[in-house]
Design a protein around this ligand. Structure first.
Ligand SMILES: [Fe+2]
Length: 189
């Protein structure tokens, strides 16, 4: 069996490596700083999502899909309130920092609307775009939960775990709507 490579780059090796990215201003030097920065990222992302979801709902034809998106809007607003509590628990100001990933995912969702005829095909596209967003959020909250635990921020971890469970549930609902009706309808369109 091949032995795992445990070689670490030394500081001097970094300097001579042209692919190495030097840290920028305000770079996180500990896990807590990375945790706070990641919270700011998802805080921006959730706020961007609140603005994007009504357009997604307005473009959905299937009544169940539309109501699921409206439900998730209310859930998202509550998640923002929960994030504010997390910032408060940590003694930090609740503020967002642009999340390039969510900005891109929303842009892709908007592009999909133009690229699809309204009806089941557009609905299938809306579900596809929404599930990419959900998976990004599941990954993010999973990481944030783990960071909170290792930092001993158990109350914050509990809140982040609640949101993680909601994102998993939202993803499951989207799968159910797609599989139970929309995908087949889109196939017949
Ligand atoms: Fe969310």
């Amino acid at each position: 069996m091949k032995k795992a490579n445990t070689t670490k780059n030394t500081a001097s090796e970094h300097k001579t490596n042209s692919r190495f990215t030097p840290p920028g201003a305000g770079a996180a030097s500990n896990l807590r700083a990375l945790f706070i920065a990641s919270l700011k990222d998802i805080y921006w992302a959730e706020n961007a999502l609140v603005k994007a979801l009504p357009k997604m709902a307005a473009n959905a034809t299937d009544a169940l899909l539309r109501s699921s998106i409206h439900d998730h809007l209310a859930v998202t607003e509550n998640q923002i309130a929960r994030l504010k509590k997390v910032f408060e628990m940590l003694g930090e100001k609740a503020e967002g920092k642009k999340c390039d990933a969510m900005a891109g995912l929303i842009e892709e969702g908007n592009g999909l609307l133009e690229e699809t005829e309204p009806g089941p095909v557009r609905d299938a596209g809306i579900i596809a775009a929404s599930q990419k967003i959900e998976h990004y959020e599941i990954a993010t909250y999973g990481t944030l939960f783990s960071f909170a635990k290792v930092l001993g921020e158990n109350d914050a971890a509990q809140l982040l775990q609640q949101t993680l469970a909601e994102e998993i549930e939202a993803d499951k609902i989207l799968t159910d709507v797609a599989v139970s009706s929309i995908n087949a309808a889109a196939d017949k369109a």
